[in-house]
Ligand binder design. Structure first.
Ligand code: SF4
Ligand code: SF4
Length: 310
């Protein structure tokens, strides 16, 4: 079958929709020259904290062709995970919404692999790999290039219809396609709500987050003790932090997702404040069996709970 590049891209976008992705766009694999300076500056200022892996593979991070040889196209997808319900006890330690359901890494990877299989069977032979937050790839930058949205002042990808509660994933493939050429306009305007609302002042300037001051970093990435100077600043966050998304006007009208796998685990949402603080390793293993929360292991969660409680 002799398909034009435009027809191939359209088939891929259609299939991505069929697989349940909310957005799909395609960018040409290239060197991220625009992002280079910003990224190097971010590293120089130690905004990555103890996330040493961020400073590894800088060249690959800026050029996906070095990550997967012969990559021509980056197929970016996004999936809304905005939940219908939130935690029941308003005094319970607060969990990032992305951790309510099944660990997104598996869910999205499975869909991306199905998309890759479809491309091979219906469009043409292609070599490629699927990634979900698992490789040195500047996902937000590629999502913007692929036309999925703009980068908000909180440094997250924003889309006018879907807001920012979206998981991102990508296929790096060696098939040339038709690429997005339109720049998604920036709709932050004069708003500064995310910057003003961040309890640790981690958003140091528009689109620049000092990762080493972010509550998500402290509660998920940091292996050591949380610095005393942060005491009282977490606004009850125990795993991750959604504050700069919760306050964003573009998240006000977002429709809840309908993805079965992301359906909140009722056991998680119904945990009361007392349940959280009484949690033991056994209960942790049971309640968070399929959630991304298990990344911290019980020890990490206990450290976070103690930090909130002291
Ligand atoms: S996630 Fe929380 S701590 Fe991190 S930048 Fe946003 S509001 Fe600040
Ligand atoms: S809160 Fe305002 S400034 Fe921040 S990302 Fe949303 S629209 Fe942009």
């Amino acid at each position: 079958m002799n398909l034009t590049l435009a027809a191939k891209s359209q088939l891929i976008r259609d299939k991505a929709k069929e697989l349940g992705f909310d957005l799909c766009g395609i960018a040409e694999a290239d060197f991220l020259s625009e992002e280079k300076e910003r990224f190097i500056d971010w590293l120089d200022k130690d905004y990555h904290g103890e996330m040493g892996y961020m400073a590894n593979n800088i060249e690959k991070r800026l050029d996906p062709r070095l990550l997967v040889e012969n990559t021509k196209s980056i197929v970016m997808v996004a999936l809304n995970y905005f939940p219908e319900n939130t935690q029941e006890d308003s005094e319970a330690p607060v969990l990032a919404k992305y951790a309510y359901g099944k660990d997104y890494h598996f869910v999205i990877k499975e869909k991306l692999n199905a998309l890759l299989e479809y491309i091979n069977q219906e469009i043409g032979e292609t070599q490629g790999r699927a990634f979900v937050d698992s490789a040195p790839i500047l996902e937000h930058a590629w999502a913007r290039k692929a036309g999925l949205g703009w980068i908000g002042k909180n440094s997250l990808l924003l889309n006018r219809k879907l807001g920012s509660f979206m998981f991102l994933g990508e296929l790096l493939i060696d098939m040339p396609l038709e690429y997005n050429t339109e720049t998604y306009l920036d709709f932050c305007g004069g708003c500064n709500r995310c910057i003003r609302s961040c309890p640790t002042n981690a958003i140091v300037s528009p689109k620049v987050v000092d990762g080493s001051k972010c509550i998500s970093y402290f509660t998920i990435e940091l292996k050591d003790e949380i610095p005393e100077v942060m005491k009282g600043k977490f606004e009850n966050r125990v795993f991750g932090c959604d504050i700069c998304q919760d306050v964003c006007p573009w998240n006000r009208m977002v429709k809840p997702h309908a993805v079965e796998a992301f359906k909140p685990n009722p056991e998680i949402l119904s945990l009361s404040k007392d349940d959280w603080f009484a949690m033991d390793a056994h209960k942790f293993g049971k309640v968070f069996k399929n959630s991304a929360v298990k990344r911290t292991k019980f020890k990490g969660l206990k450290r976070n709970l103690d930090f909130l409680n002291e």
